[in-house]
Design a protein around this ligand. Structure first.
Ligand SMILES: Cc1cc2nc3c(=O)[nH]c(=O)nc-3n(C[C@H](O)[C@H](O)[C@H](O)COP(=O)(O)OP(=O)(O)OC[C@H]3O[C@@H](n4cnc5c(N)ncnc54)[C@H](O)[C@@H]3O)c2cc1C
Length: 290
């Protein structure tokens, strides 16, 4: 099918983008990589009167590391993220998860900002942003605001973005020393959206005690789900029993829908199995032993 008729703007600066967004509000839609929006338009699931193509706004395309804090411009392509030495060295969880996004041709166009703003409930990057305690910069003619990733994903494909706001960048603090990471996913075929995926980040101190641990699941509900690990892992030297208890908690924390791809029970089973594997790998990478 062909998309509905729309007006087309191609701003070249962030300020110009803000002005066009402010003028058209909910009638306007940002076009980034187009990997989700174009199919939605072609299937006539959305009828924006105006498309605002940000592909010429070069100031949105950057990856910078400053005092250990990573900033990723919204227009950064997913493949660029995957190939970044800075990301691979300092934020390997991000690199590991990005590998699971579709295929290279999709990642060549798909952007970091597009994936987060689209907020597909089975997408990889939203879960990773929660696991990494990321903050998102949302901007408009009214100014900028910082939103923690955990407050950004509101409901099924719904975010904290207002109609006149641009997702401008994502900031990620450096994980503490002695942190280990892991991203595990099950999908029907490589490149498909996740049936279930887990992102884990674990920090140990010199004695091997877990000082911080984060576990986030995707594919299990309308938004990514963070599992509370305060009573299972944090504050003790991790053992196999503790990891099993954390994985059980992950299973109990989710209430996934059944659909044509998997039943709710199977997804809950995956939530437990993948959580156990992800936490085990993360603990080992942090220098611990389970
Ligand atoms: C075959 C196929 C397989 C895929 N597999 C996966 C997968 O496994 N995992 C996965 O996560 N994704 C997958 N995708 C989706 C892909 O990663 C998309 O690139 C991503 O969901 C959207 O990014 P985009 O840059 O293409 O955004 P677009 O499609 O251009 O936009 C998506 C939405 O975000 C909004 N938007 C985009 N940028 C901004 C911004 N800066 N500020 C505010 N709003 C913005 C748009 O208005 C639109 O509503 C797949 C896509 C295809 C076609």
């Amino acid at each position: 099918m062909k998309p509905p008729v729309f007006d087309y703007f191609a701003p070249t600066t962030v300020d110009e983008t803000h002005r066009v967004l402010a003028e058209h509000q909910a009638d306007g839609k940002i076009l980034a990589g187009g990997q989700s929006l174009v199919p939605v338009l072609n299937m006539r699931l959305a009828y924006p009167a105006v498309l605002i193509d940000i592909n010429r706004v070069s100031e949105l395309d950057h990856i910078t590391l400053d005092n250990g804090r990573l900033t990723i411009g919204a227009l950064t392509r997913q493949q660029t993220l995957l190939e970044s030495d800075v990301v691979a060295e300092h934020f390997p969880l991000l690199a590991e998860a990005t590998r699971y996004i579709g295929h290279r041709t999709i990642r060549n166009r798909g952007t970091v900002g597009g994936s987060l703003a689209h907020a597909d409930p089975a997408a990889e990057l939203p879960a990773v942003m929660l696991a990494l305690n990321a903050e998102l910069t949302l901007s408009s003619t009214r100014g900028q605001r910082q939103v923690p990733a955990q407050d950004f994903f509101v409901d099924y494909m719904t975010t904290a973005l207002n109609p006149d706001e641009l997702l401008q960048a994502v900031q990620i603090p450096a994980p503490a020393p002695r942190s280990g990471w892991s991203f595990k996913e099950v999908s029907r075929r490589h490149g498909d959206f996740a049936l279930v995926a887990t992102a884990a980040l674990v920090t140990l101190d010199e004695a091997g005690t877990c000082t911080d641990a984060r576990l986030v699941l995707t594919g299990v509900g309308p938004t990514p789900v963070t599992v509370d690990l305060s009573t299972t892992l944090i504050g003790a030297v991790p053992t196999a029993d503790a990891v099993a208890a954390a994985a059980d908690a992950a299973r109990e924390a989710v209430d996934p829908p059944s659909d044509v791809h998997a039943t709710s029970d199977y997804r809950r089973h995956l939530a437990r199995v993948l959580s156990r594997r992800a936490l085990t790998t993360a603990i080992e990478r942090a220098g611990g032993r389970v």
